[in-house]
Design a protein around this ligand. Structure first.
Ligand code: ARG
Length: 455
């Protein structure tokens, strides 16, 4: 039995059924029921349904919600999608009055609403997951202390001494922004499409604002065509997920490098590492690799979402059914990556070797600048030291007072202290730089910004 059996003769071809049936949308069960309860509440309020009929249907829907919560709701092969499954079950439970559920509604406004309700829940979950991960980074940073100096990198070449905590906090700030993107999106998920009908509204006296109120949303659609035909907010949701996974892939890449013998910056806890089936000695950072790898699928999902909507004639088209698989996949990948990386980071031990003393070259040049030497001259003099030492096969750590004075008369013997990375980092007190003061204030600011998250 299909929802459209009055129009089309016979039973659908199995090739049609198998190809068109929607299975992914079962995940919207809870949202579909919530939307239906609000819809029927509105129909009862405006008098399209009698109060008794509305109450009977709502009671049936609540029983279905209970089945869903208990994981006892059963989908049948003959259910075309989640919407028809709920309507079928409702009629089983409450009888023919259940056939009034779809009054003044289409699956087009219904699915648009379901997706928005789902995304509202998803936004809250991701905002929390991202904040938790950011706070794990903040906690790790605050536990490292002001002496754990590492090189910063540009071009993957050692650049300047900085604190490892500063490096971890770079990701915490980026994650706080990823979270903010979700929160910003939530302001666009506050309008209900219910009442748009199939495409152009209804001749029944529907009250879309009433169902929006019942759903705790502040408004209803202003144009029924776009209410059922647009998926820009779903695309934006996938973009927020993909965007966050891109940041997590960079964090993953750093963790992968840090866990190598060559870097030797971190040791992962055994329970957050994997072994090899073949190589007995291996301890692999698979969580970090998959965080990096999942970003590829997310970028693909985002591309698919944009391609899906591109060129669609207004308003609803069945192509839009495809949105759910992409959205659910990135949704799961982001949630999984956040929680796995949080576990990995909370249990890792950090023990980086100090940076090469060459990374203090800019500090030497700036010592000259402080004595009135133009930066370009100071750069040339310090670059000359680097070139000479490299030609002689020596490192900056072997630098003597004579080398300095030969390079520029304004150098002083005390400048050799700048080669100590801990000294170098402490002197670099510019706001937002890598000094202990900057790190302390970043930690305080991030804790404040993320303080609304109950952990
Ligand atoms: N499964 C459909 C979707 O996800 C629901 C809407 C179906 N509408 C229709 N007119 N066939 O988009």
């Amino acid at each position: 039995m299909t929802l459209w059996e009055g129009r089309l003769a016979g039973i659908p071809a199995s090739a049609l059924w198998d190809f068109t049936v929607s299975v992914a949308d079962r995940r919207l069960l809870r949202d579909d029921i919530d939307g239906s309860i609000a819809h029927v509440g509105m129909l009862g309020k405006v008098g399209v349904l009698s109060r008794e009929d509305a109450a009977a249907i709502i009671e049936g829907l609540q029983a279905i919600a209970q089945e869903a919560r208990a994981h006892e709701f059963i989908f049948l092969e003959t259910d075309e999608d989640v919407h028809s499954a709920v309507e079928r079950r409702l009629i089983e439970l409450v009888g023919p009055v259940g056939g009034m559920l779809h009054t003044g509604r289409s699956r087009n406004d219904q699915v648009a609403l379901d997706l928005i309700l789902y995304m509202r829940r998803g936004v809250a979950g991701h905002a929390k997951g991202l904040a938790r991960l950011a706070l794990v980074l903040v906690d790790a940073a605050s536990g490292l202390g002001p002496d754990m100096v590492v090189p910063s990198y540009t071009h993957l070449q050692q650049a300047q001494p900085t604190l490892l905590s500063h490096h971890l906090l770079a990701y915490a700030h980026m994650l706080a922004r990823e979270r903010w993107r979700f929160l910003d999106l939530s302001t666009r998920l506050d309008s209900s499409p219910l009442g748009a009908g199939a495409s152009a509204g209804s001749s029944l006296p529907l009250a879309p604002q009433e169902s929006a109120d019942l759903l705790g949303m502040s408004g209803a659609f202003a144009n029924s065509l776009e209410a059922v035909g647009s998926r820009d907010r779903a695309t934006e949701y996938v973009w927020c997920c993909a965007r966050a996974l891109v940041t997590l892939s960079r964090l993953g890449e750093d963790l992968i490098l840090w866990a190598t013998r060559e870097f030797g910056w971190i040791t992962l806890a055994d329970e957050f590492a994997t072994g090899s089936s073949a190589l007995p000695q291996k301890k692999n950072p698979d969580i970090a690799e998959l965080a990096r790898g999942k970003a590829a699928g997310a970028i693909g999902g985002l591309t698919a979402m944009m391609a899906l909507e591109k060129g669609l004639p207004m308003s609803y088209n069945r192509d839009l059914q495809e949105d759910k698989e992409h959205l659910f996949r990135v949704d799961d990948d982001l949630a999984g990556a956040c929680s796995a990386l949080a576990g990995l980071l909370a249990t890792a031990r950090f023990h980086p070797p100090p940076p090469a003393s060459e990374t203090a070259a800019l500090d030497l040049a700036e010592a000259l600048v402080g004595r009135g030497v133009p930066f370009r001259q100071a750069h040339r003099a310090t670059g000359g030291i680097a070139a000479r030492l490299a030609a002689e096969g020596r490192g900056f750590s072997s630098l003597g007072v004579g080398d300095l004075i030969d390079a520029h008369p304004s150098f002083k013997p005390s400048d050799l202290e700048l080669l100590d990375p801990v000294v170098s980092v402490k002197r670099r007190a510019t706001p937002g730089g890598g000094s202990p003061e900057s790190v302390a204030s970043q930690i305080a600011d991030l804790r404040e910004a993320l303080s609304d998250v109950a952990l």
